[in-house]
Design a protein around this ligand. Structure first.
Ligand code: C2E
Ligand code: MG
Ligand code: MG
Length: 577
């Protein structure tokens, strides 16, 4: 049974056990009288005759209070008291020193040793009785308060505060014993979804079941704590080799993955575990925690329901990401984002008829960073919504400026991340930007990837329908690389399919790719969709695509994405649009 539960039952059980009083005195007659007085009060009594025996008896009998004679052979009462209270486990044990020496110095020594009070011989029995009762009451109240402050109310496990203290103690013990220990960080996968969809009562029940299962997986000497909502942590001490943790981690994962029945519902859960080992992965509390946390995120990234040991590379990667994340947060405000434009061409006439806006990050130290390096990070952190909003507004403003300057510019494509389709704000934003710039909705095409449709089915459909009804065109980007099927093309209001550049590259050598491209062209034709081929780099590719009926394309063959200024000088001024 875990420590906290033991304490719980002691503190709150209906039938309290009889408190044990330890009497340490070398005078047999005093012991006899003290025993008599204490037993009359309903306490159990253990007797010893010196300080050394007192310390041993505390370990053996776990008394609620010690009556300690000051002067004894072998070890006196002051030394025994201070020695006892230095031991972490007993630091709150109340000791009452009984002394015939009621001079000021002895009284001071009694308090210095950590005793809660003193009483002088000859003993006034009535005063002793009251003092013992008062001290026991105060110490129990103190324990209750401490229990509440240091334990999680739902599971009764040590909370973050107590767990940190235990971790600190584990470090101290490991330094002394030169043993290894491991810190396991456990995060329940998708707990938030369960909690929100099934209700908090079920969420609470589930956390209790998880607690039971975790407790079944560890030894009694290991500490387990609840650090937050669905985060648990375990300290595994006295390991021979770090690999010992592997067994426990496997055990925890399989224990948690058995389905749980709550209110007749079968709930399936899994967990992600990160592990740091003392002293290899850190020697301070902070390092061990941070590294176990980093490893846990890695485990999540690897598809959850798995565990990961911390490695040095993870830390470097985490640092770089954190750095990038922080600077990306400021990039928008600091005006470090910029848009490049890649022209789209009509294959038959070889004339430019539009452009795709592609974001770049002009980093003050790192220079120009391409989207593949920061878009995934922006998506993970949610910054993508702000980023996309910036892109939509700025790209539209640029198109509007070009038109005002008299260029025949139109057909602007803007990439919008899947993540954005979870927000209801996209339609309003587009509407507002169109109003502000005076552009016509039909001049804008929104490019989205297949994952948008696969992952956000319901939301994506609503948002896409709104945009489509407003008059915008919708293009499915990187077609053929994901899971989108013909069903998606029919189900969603898609106007254009963009053939992914990986299919275009191999042309004309790669017969398989050519067959795929032909099939996509046929599909688009039968569904009456417009087509654009991406990544066209050679004349042969243009001819082949043109010959099979693909009408439009973009790629380095004509132009890489270029700055707005370059775009207007080279492409718009040449009158190609
Ligand atoms: P995408 O939308 O498929 O954009 C086309 C990518 O192919 C661009 O990369 C472009 O530079 C590259 N490309 C075009 N022609 C050729 C070619 O002939 N050969 C080769 N090798 N590559 C070519 P870029 O600009 O690095 O963008 C990468 C991806 O980042 C984009 O793929 C898009 O998914 C995403 N992205 C770019 N800008 C934005 C944005 O403003 N918002 C969002 N959400 N995503 C963006
Ligand atoms: Mg695109
Ligand atoms: Mg693409």
């Amino acid at each position: 049974m875990a420590y906290s539960r033991q304490l719980n039952s002691w503190l709150y059980s209906d039938q309290p056990q009889t408190p044990v009083i330890l009497i340490a005195d070398d005078d047999p007659s005093i012991r006899l009288l003290l025993r008599h007085a204490m037993e009359k009060e309903g306490f159990s009594v253990v007797e010893v005759v010196n300080g050394i025996e007192a310390i041993q008896a505390v370990e053996k009998h776990q008394p609620s209070l010690v009556l300690m004679d000051a002067v004894m052979p072998e070890m006196d009462g002051f030394t025994a008291t201070s020695t006892l209270l230095e031991i972490n486990e007993y630091r709150d044990l109340p000791v009452l020193i009984i002394t015939s020496l009621d001079d000021d110095q002895s009284v001071a020594r009694a308090f210095q040793s950590g005793a809660v009070d003193y009483i002088s011989k000859p003993v006034n029995w009535s005063v002793l009785k009251h003092r013992v009762r008062r001290i026991l009451h105060a110490s129990e109240t103190d324990r209750q308060i401490r229990h509440l402050a240091y334990h999680d109310t739902l599971t009764g496990l040590p909370n973050r505060l107590l767990f940190m203290d235990r971790l600190d103690q584990a470090i101290t013990r490991a330094i002394r014993s030169r043993n290894l220990f491991a810190l396991m960080y456990i995060d329940i996968d998708h707990f938030k979804v369960i909690n929100e969809s099934m209700g908090h009562d079920i969420g609470d029940d589930l956390l209790l079941k998880i607690t039971d299962r975790l407790q079944d997986c560890i030894r009694q000497s290991d500490t387990i704590g609840r650090l937050g909502g669905d985060e648990f942590a375990i300290i595994l001490e006295n390991l021979q080799v770090p690999e010992d943790v592997t067994l426990v981690a496997r055990h925890v994962l399989s224990g948690l993955s058995q389905s749980v029945t709550i209110s007749d519902l079968d709930v399936n859960i899994s967990a992600s575990i990160g592990i740091s080992v003392y002293p290899d992965d850190g020697v301070t509390l902070g390092q061990l925690l941070k590294h176990a946390d980093t490893a846990m995120y890695k485990a999540k990234e690897q598809g959850r329901n798995t565990f990961q040991f911390y490695t040095q590379e993870m830390s470097e990667l985490a640092m770089r990401r954190l750095e990038l994340e922080n600077s990306l947060r400021n990039a928008i405000e600091k005006n470090e984002l910029m848009l490049y434009y890649q022209p789209k061409y009509n294959l038959a006439s070889s004339r430019c008829w539009g452009m795709e806006a592609l974001v770049r990050w002009d980093h003050p130290e790192k220079g120009l960073i391409l989207p593949d390096e920061f878009i995934p990070l922006a998506e993970e952190t949610g910054l993508i919504v702000q980023l996309d909003q910036w892109v939509i507004r700025n790209a539209c403003e640029q198109l509007s400026r070009w038109k005002q300057q008299g260029y025949a510019a139109s057909n602007l494509s803007i990439n919008v991340s899947a993540r954005h389709f979870q927000e209801q704000t996209l339609t309003q934003l587009v509407q507002q930007v169109l109003e502000d710039t005076g552009l016509n909705a039909t001049e804008i095409e929104i490019e989205l990837t297949e994952s948008t449709l696969v992952n956000n089915h319901a939301n994506a459909r609503a948002v896409l329908n709104n945009l489509h009804n407003m008059g915008l065109r919708i293009a499915l980007d990187d077609f053929g690389t994901g899971y989108a099927s013909m069903a998606y093309l029919k189900d969603f209001p898609i106007d254009t399919v963009k053939i992914d550049r990986s299919f275009v590259w191999g042309i004309p050598e790669d017969k398989e790719n050519m067959a795929i491209v032909k099939a996509i062209v046929g599909l688009a034709d039968s569904l009456d969709l417009a087509l654009i081929a991406e990544g066209i780099e050679t004349k042969e590719q243009v001819s082949f695509l043109n010959s099979i009926g693909c009408s439009h394309g973009q790629g380095y063959y004509w132009s890489k994405p270029v700055s707005a200024l370059h775009f207007e000088q080279e492409l718009l001024k040449s009158g190609a649009s």
